[in-house]
Write a protein that binds this ligand. Structure first.
Ligand SMILES: Nc1ncnc2c1ncn2[C@@H]1O[C@H](COP(=O)(O)OP(=O)(O)OP(=O)(O)O)[C@@H](O)[C@H]1O
Length: 238
């Protein structure tokens, strides 16, 4: 069953067509990798799905509800949550407070929201940093915090935008493992990423975006071996 349907989604910025007629369906509990060259429209796609931008035309259907044009807050509360390439935690607040703010959007009671936030922080492996100021976290810790803030909203669908960017290879492996655990915990995941080893390790299906439109979608191995994809994105030496 599909949990997310994009129907003819397009987005223009003035004369620039950043998204052109994107139609894809994402199955419940799927892990969909999304790759493509810089400027292909990957982040714009997420922004149009998650409510930071309103599509110029087309529809976003989530869990059988047309959410096109909904505010980002409303989309997130409904269970479709994204992370950002540039993380924006409140640096002068503790890790717990940062995540509790997100929990509070789902849970009215402050005490319960904090308890829930603490559980999520443990789950992403930041337990020992609970009372530390967010601004003191190393990059890998900030990535975990970004994931915790997303998980605090109890997403059905998670949109991950280059969550591995800025990490050195030894830092990536545990975050990749965490992403796998989150997905296996029952979260449909869309994963925009340039690190191909991670894309191939996690993706069940792979979408290649090129010039604002899907170039190919399918089995990851078949997609990365496709000559058109190699020419558009991966290069001969992939
Ligand atoms: N707010 C905006 N206003 C005008 N143009 C924009 C805006 N956001 C994105 N664009 C343009 O839309 C196109 C798609 O950009 P987008 O950031 O979605 O690409 P991307 O695939 O995410 O790239 P990257 O891999 O570098 O993050 C680019 O040409 C970009 O310059």
């Amino acid at each position: 069953m599909s949990i997310l349907k994009l129907e003819g989604l397009s987005k223009s910025f003035g004369g620039l067509k950043a998204l052109r007629d994107v139609s894809i369906e994402v199955s419940e509990l799927e892990f969909l990798g999304i790759i493509g060259p810089n400027g292909a429209g990957k982040t714009t796609l997420f922004s149009n799905i998650a409510g930071q931008l309103t599509p110029t035309s087309g529809r976003v259907v989530f869990d059988d509800t047309d959410i096109t044009g909904w505010s980002a807050d409303r989309v997130a509360k409904a269970g479709l949550v994204r992370t950002f390439q540039l993380m924006r935690p409140f640096e002068s607040m503790t890790v717990l407070d940062n995540v509790a703010i997100a929990s509070h959007q789902k849970i009215r009671s402050s005490r319960q929201a904090r308890n829930h936030a603490a559980d999520v922080i443990e789950r992403v492996g930041l337990g020992e940093y609970m009372e530390k100021m967010s601004g003191t976290l190393p990059t890998a810790g900030l990535k975990r915090l970004e994931l915790a803030r997303a998980l605090a909203l109890e997403p059905k669908v998670l949109l991950l935008d280059e969550v591995l960017a800025g990490l050195v290879p030894t830092e990536r492996a545990p975050i990749i493992e965490l992403l796998r655990e989150i997905h296996q915990g029952g979260v449909t995941t869309l994963f925009v990423e340039h690190i191909m080893a991670a894309v191939m390790a996690l993706s069940e299906r792979l979408l290649v975006m090129h010039e604002g439109t899907p170039l190919m979608i399918g089995d990851p191995q078949e997609v990365v071996n496709d000559p058109t994809v190699i020419e558009a994105y991966l290069g001969e030496d992939y």
